[in-house]
Design a protein around this ligand. Structure first.
Ligand code: GLY
Ligand code: MN
Ligand code: MN
Length: 447
C-alpha cells in the first residue's frame, strides 16, 4: 500500500504539472478549454444487453483515478478543473468505487442531472473534446471537428511520457502487487501440476484483481504455448509441460505494471539446453537494463539485444553462422520478432514514445525515443520457437545453417521472455520490478 502522506504530497505536485502542461497545450492549439470524457459503457455485442467493464479514457485518468462513466473534466487555463458527474440513470449497475479519495479537493465537483445541464456548464469559446464516444460530444454541443484534435492529442500524449513522482509511486506499487502474483504462480508451477487456467486464477487471487481489472489479459503459457506471444486461451487441464512463461501485471490508481518471468523444470535434455538458454537470456536482459542511460536512443538498445541474441543462437549451436551474419541476415528476427519494450503508464503500451518510425528492420518496436529522465518503459528481450516464423527459414537459403533437430527438440518448451519495468530518474535508473522479483526466471522444481 502507498501511505496516504506520500500519495497526497506527490499528487498535489502531479496535478499542478498536469495543469501546467494542459495550459501550454491549450495555448499552442488556440483553445479556450478542453472537455475530457471519462468514457461510456459499451456493449459486449449489439445483439445483447451486457456492457464491458469501463476502461476510463487514459487522458481522464491522468487527472484523477475515478472509474465512472460519462463524467467530464472541464479544463480551462488558469481555472480550477471542474469535474462534472452525470446523475446515473442506470439502476442496474453502479460504477466501481474509486481506489482512493485523495483527489477530490483538487476539483470543483458538480453533479449534472442531464446532458443538457452538463452542456450548460461548458464555457464559451473554442472548446475541444477528448474521448472515444463522439456521440457524447454531440450531446454536449461539441462538433466532430472538436473531437480528438490531432495537434492537441499529440501534446497531451507527450505530457504523459514524462512521469511525475506520483506516477512513479503508482507504477512501483503496481509492480509490488504483480510481484506477489508472480511469486505464487512460480511456487504453484514448481510444486504441482496446475493448468494454465489454475495459474491464471491463482495470480488473480494473489494480486486481488478481477480479470477485467488487470492491465492486459494475463499471458499464462506452458510449454509450446509460450511461442504464441500473447497466449490467453488457457488450457484447463494440467499439461505437465516443463516450461512456463507468465506475462502478467497489475494496476494501481490506473497505472500498470507489465512483468514477464520464464521458468523451466529440469526434465530431460531439451529442458537442460533450454535452462542454459534461459540463463543466457537473463544475462542479456540484465546487461541491457544496466546499459539504460539518459540521452541514448532506445532503438540502439533494441539493436544490441539482437546482436546478443545472435551470439546465443551461435553459441548454443542453433545457428551455425557468425553472430554478425545471424544479425545482418535477419535470422535473429525469426526467433525474436517483437520490440525490446515500450513506454508504460496509464496504458500497458503507453503513448508518446513511438512518434517516429523505427528502422525497417525493427517494425514492431514501440519506443523510438532518446531515453530521458521521467520515462518509464519495459526491457523485455525474448527467444521463441514460432513455427510460423521458422517455416520461411526452413525453406530459405540459410536452412542448412540451422540445427533443425535442436530447434525441434526445443520447440515444445515454447520460448523465453524476461520483462522488467524501469523508471529513468535524474539520479539513475530504478528497476521497479527487481525490487520485488530479483530473478528474471530460471530452473525450478524437479523433473
Ligand atoms: N504484456 C504485453 C507486453 O509485454 O508488451
Ligand atoms: Mn511489455
Ligand atoms: Mn508483458
Amino acid at each position: 500500500m502507498i501511505d496516504s502522506g506520500t500519495l497526497s504530497r506527490t499528487y498535489e505536485a502531479h496535478i499542478a504539472a498536469v495543469a501546467e502542461g494542459y495550459a501550454r497545450a491549450l495555448a499552442a492549439c488556440e483553445l479556450d478549454a478542453v472537455v475530457v470524457h471519462s468514457g461510456s459503457l459499451s456493449k459486449r455485442t449489439s445483439f445483447d444487453d451486457q456492457d464491458w467493464p469501463l476502461r476510463p479514457t487514459p487522458h481522464f485518468m491522468h487527472w484523477l483515478a475515478l472509474p465512472e462513466p460519462d463524467a467530464v473534466l472541464i479544463i480551462a487555463a488558469g481555472a480550477k478543473p471542474v469535474l462534472v458527474r452525470l446523475e446515473q440513470a442506470n439502476f442496474w449497475e453502479a460504477p466501481a468505487r474509486a481506489e482512493s479519495e485523495h483527489f477530490w479537493p483538487f476539483f470543483d465537483v458538480i453533479v449534472a442531472p442531464s446532458h443538457e445541464a452538463m452542456r450548460g456548464l461548458i464555457p464559451a469559446g473554442r472548446v475541444a473534446f477528448v474521448g472515444e464516444n463522439t456521440a457524447f460530444a454531440d450531446r454536449l454541443g461539441l462538433s466532430r471537428d472538436a473531437c480528438n484534435m490531432h495537434a492537441l492529442l499529440r501534446r497531451l500524449d507527450a505530457l504523459r511520457t514524462t512521469k511525475s513522482a506520483y506516477e512513479i509511486v503508482c507504477l512501483a506499487e503496481a509492480n509490488r502487487i504483480a510481484a506477489q502474483g508472480h511469486e505464487v504462480v512460480r511456487g504453484a508451477f514448481e510444486v504441482g501440476d496446475a493448468s494454465e487456467l489454475d495459474l491464471h486464477l491463482l495470480y488473480l487471487r494473489a494480486t486481488r484483481q478481477d480479470d477485467p481489472e488487470t492491465p492486459y489479459k494475463n499471458i499464462v503459457a506452458m510449454g509450446a504455448h509460450a511461442s504464441t506471444l500473447h497466449h490467453v486461451g488457457y488450457q484447463k487441464t494440467p499439461s505437465g509441460a516443463a516450461s512456463l512463461l507468465l506475462d502478467a501485471g497489475a494496476t494501481c490508481l490506473g497505472y500498470a505494471s507489465d512483468i514477464t518471468r520464464t521458468w523451466v523444470k529440469p526434465a530431460g535434455e531439451a529442458a537442460r539446453v533450454f535452462a542454459a538458454l534461459l540463463a543466457r537470456m537473463e544475462a542479456v536482459q540484465t546487461g541491457l537494463v544496466a546499459a539504460v542511460q539518459s540521452g541514448e536512443p532506445y532503438e540502439a538498445l533494441h539493436d544490441r539485444s539482437h546482436r546478443e541474441l545472435a551470439a546465443i543462437l551461435r553459441d548454443s549451436g542453433i545457428v551455425r553462422l557468425s553472430a554478425d551474419a545471424i544479425d545482418a541476415m535477419g535470422i535473429s528476427r525469426a526467433f525474436y520478432p517483437h520490440g525490446l519494450g515500450h513506454s508504460i503508464g496509464l496504458q500497458c503500451h503507453d503513448v508518446g514514445c513511438a512518434v517516429t518510425q523505427p528502422a525497417a528492420r525493427n517494425p514492431f518496436l514501440r519506443n523510438t525515443t532518446d531515453i530521458a529522465a521521467g520515462q518509464v518503459f519495459t526491457i523485455e528481450p525474448g527467444l521463441y520457437f514460432i513455427e510460423r516464423l521458422l517455416t520461411p527459414l526452413r525453406q530459405g537459403p540459410s536452412a542448412a545453417d540451422i540445427d533443425w533437430a535442436l530447434v525441434d527438440a526445443l520447440s515444445p518448451l515454447g520460448g523465453i521472455r524476461i520483462e522488467d519495468d524501469l523508471a529513468v530518474l535524474a539520479s539513475g535508473v530504478r528497476n521497479l520490478t527487481r525490487e520485488h522479483l530479483p530473478l528474471g526466471g530460471g530452473v525450478v522444481g524437479s523433473a
